[in-house]
Design a binder for this molecule. Structure first.
Ligand SMILES: C[S@@+](CC[C@H](N)C(=O)[O-])C[C@H]1O[C@@H](n2cnc3c(N)ncnc32)[C@H](O)[C@@H]1O
Length: 232
């Protein structure tokens, strides 16, 4: 029997992606950004490809942001770190259009976007390819029967352990106490990760080099908590 195909491929059974892809109808301008600017920035994950090759400028580090929402944090990080390539994954196209509207007047060469499931990128990356990963305010899926929809799963940590360099940082933030406990439990149980907090300030206060996100400003469920986790 033939070996199963490796990596994402359109003919492979699609994994379920939970959450919205479409929001309100696009304005003509938003639609033109999606049609013309997005293709210039969009990457198609290629199995084993060095992620620096997705960019047209030389870069020393690659960071991935999962679910960038409106892209405020992604854009701020890209501007603050021109030598770092920022890959942002976000399937919600209204968020993508929001980011594109900011990139149109002021292009940023160290951003690449993927408008689908971040796991496609992670699975296609070669080993030890990422220097930092942000998972900021992921959808909490509070009902027990929906917990399997949460982005953080043991299998996901296995994949991140593979693609993150030793010493690389995983930044997680949530305002949902249950998702926080869920994530901490899995990180503590995973031999490849170590939570680096030394005092309460380390998880109660947003890291100074991590600009706030749009969702964070609402913090609907409770006070935000910030985890910095090292790939050991
Ligand atoms: C609660 S929002 C937070 C957005 C942003 N991080 C913020 O803090 O403002 C969670 C985002 O994750 C995105 N998302 C959900 N599943 C995803 C996946 N598998 N890959 C990439 N993004 C995902 C959703 O579309 C949504 O925009």
């Amino acid at each position: 029997m033939a070996a199963p195909p490796e990596g994402p491929h359109p003919e492979r059974k699609r994994r379920q992606l939970y959450g919205r892809r479409k929001g309100p109808k696009f304005s003509a301008h938003q639609q033109s950004l999606i049609d013309t600017l997005l293709p210039q920035l969009h990457l198609t994950p290629e199995v084993g490809r060095d992620p620096r090759d997705y960019f047209a400028v030389p870069l020393h580090d690659i960071w991935l942001e999962v679910g960038f929402g409106g892209g405020e944090h992604l854009l701020a990080q890209a501007r603050a770190h021109p030598g770092v390539g920022l890959i942002g994954a976000e399937p919600y196209l209204s968020g993508v259009a929001k980011l594109l509207s900011k990139l149109e007047p002021a292009p940023v060469p160290n951003i690449r976007l993927y408008t689908d499931d971040a796991r496609d990128i992670i699975e296609a990356l070669p080993d030890a390819a990422l220097d930092r990963v942000f998972i900021l305010f992921p959808d909490p899926w509070p009902k027990a029967r929906h917990h399997k929809r949460r982005f953080v799963q043991m299998e996901l940590l296995d994949q991140l352990a593979r693609v993150m360099k030793p010493g690389a940082d995983l930044r997680f933030a949530s305002d949902d106490a249950d998702y926080l406990a869920w994530t901490l439990e899995r990180i503590m149980a995973h031999p490849a990760f170590a939570w680096t907090a030394a005092s309460a300030a380390d998880w109660k206060i947003r890291p100074a080099d991590q600009p706030p996100t749009r969702y964070e400003a609402k913090a609907l469920h409770g006070p935000p908590v910030y985890l910095s986790v090292r790939r050991v």
